[in-house]
Ligand binder design. Sequence first.
Ligand code: PRX
Length: 633
Amino acid sequence: MRIRTFEEYQQAYAYSVEDPEGFWGEIAQNFQWRKPWTKTLQWHFDEPNVQWYIGGKLNITENCLDRHLADKGDQPAIIWEPNDPSEPAVTLTYKMLHDQVCRFANVLKRNGVVKGDRVCIYMPMVPELAVAVLACARVGAVHSVVFGGFSAQSIADRINDAQCNVVVTSDGAMRGNKSIPMKDTVDDALIGCPSVKRVIVLTHTRTGVSMIKGRDVWWETEMKQVTADCPAEEMDAEDMLFILYTSGSTGKPKGVVHTCGGYMVYTAYTFLNVFQYEPGYVHFCTADIGWITGHSYIVYGPLANGATSLMFEGIPTWPDAGRFWDIVDKHKVDILYTAPTAIRSLMGFGLDYVKGHDLSSLKVLGSVGEPINAEAWHWYDDNIGKNRCPIVDTWWQTENGGILISPLAGITKTKPTYATLPLPGVQPVLVDENGAVIEGNGVSGNLCIKFPWPSIIRTTYGDHERCRQTYFSTYPGMYFTGDGCLRDEDGYYRITGRVDDVLNVSGHRIGTAEVENAINMHTGVVESAVVGYPHDIKGQGIYAYVITESDPAHEADLMRRDILATVSRIIGPIAKPDKIQFVNGLPKTRSGKIMRRILRKIAEGDTSNLGDTSTLLDPGVVEDIKAGALVDV
Ligand code: PRX
């Protein structure tokens, strides 16, 4: 599986394109299958229908846990660093993690979960979250992890969409000095979720919570009732492993479906090669398991390699902005994988927080989730990696399951702000607005992938047509990423950001339509339009133009706060607009379409050239909006 030189990368890449089935068939031999597959790949992007390792039988937890017991049983699988640095860290060896997962799998079974059921997990970043995820996989249940920053309404939408019958949560969570009521939020969500029959509640913060008789049970009590003997369920390679909801340019978030075989092979392969993991390394991915990065590079990818994965409960700025560096020093972290937004935020606190921490254990730095600007790249390189750690700028998406374009650490020559080259098996193409493929180098266009890799999205849960429409219809025969991209003279790829109405705020994907819908639910709001604007730390900020029934005038501030509260309630605090401008009208074409291009320019503070406004129904509104724009000075 392992690539060690650039020549080996080139050979692997060429092989993967010439003979994808041969290539991925060989890679998959490195895993434990109950029954071998009969055909490696069958695919059709039109429907879409992609199947890898057809007929193969496996259980991903046997690959992530059981097969390491003999020679790595006493090695740490998960190191957990709590929110409060004065509390002890916890290490779970492979044996311990296996034991916990088997026990919790039995708890799930005891509570009625059978293969194919959907289980919603809404938990803080504690080891039990990883245990719950793996326990679902062990019994063949489909996990749907919902990030802790989402509201009750968002949880309810996700539970109802997937018809989950069980929810796993905790009493509360601590993030920095904030206490977050998780069970309360679940209780609110469940008012509208008749499919849920059981809630399993972990004691974590010891905050008082309601426990409804017949529905709610304690994690700890349940764990006492079971043994650690739980044979893994045999799964088909194409059985569903999990659903993860993500935002698009229209409608509600969709449930991206990943399956067992291809996802396992691809996350394990990319983890090993991108980060050049060596036995004994401590891998610290700072993402939350509520996002795809956590699924693939905290849980499945590392564990499938028998690696040590560090999980951190807290936030980078508490108790102070040196927390990441403190963790690196304390646990002798070898690989640090974080997001540009975190780097930019820590940059702002200055170098005093970096000094005094021994960062010499670091070997590889990673970046994910959004474009990394040159300044942040260099700060990371100079001050954290001390110019001796390769930076892997990894580009990929929830729908991809694993990293698609990235340097291989220490092997691919890096270039600041470039994700560089596609990994073996990944065939990117740039296309123009009309769908024509743009050949050659020194070009830019919309990024598509023309051939399936093992962990490509299989469907959007309960709505296959939506999957086809969203990803496979814009450019027939290709998977469309929604990202703009340039390919420079060296053939290196640089992702320039979304070309659709999806925002990337602090690495969190948020649909403008979703935010607009939430704002429009606020009483007194007639209409709204949401766009992104460049934000120093978050990458993008959310700018909302709002039309209200009556002039908010002297109550504008209160109205703003109320709108924020509404968005928090409907989606979650992560979707709160940074700026709200009250307007009397929105720039619309005669057919009623909002001209977002103009709104984006105004939000960016670039009003000198708004382009052609002659097609507007009422060009006058633009002047009004410009006059009231909330531009930073
Ligand atoms: O716009 C790209 C951006 O994040 C989007 C995917 O978001 P999500 O599904 O939440 O997954 C994030 C973590 C894998 C992409 O469409 N993105 C992700 N990584 C990068 C990036 N943009 C630039 N450079 C990256 N390395």
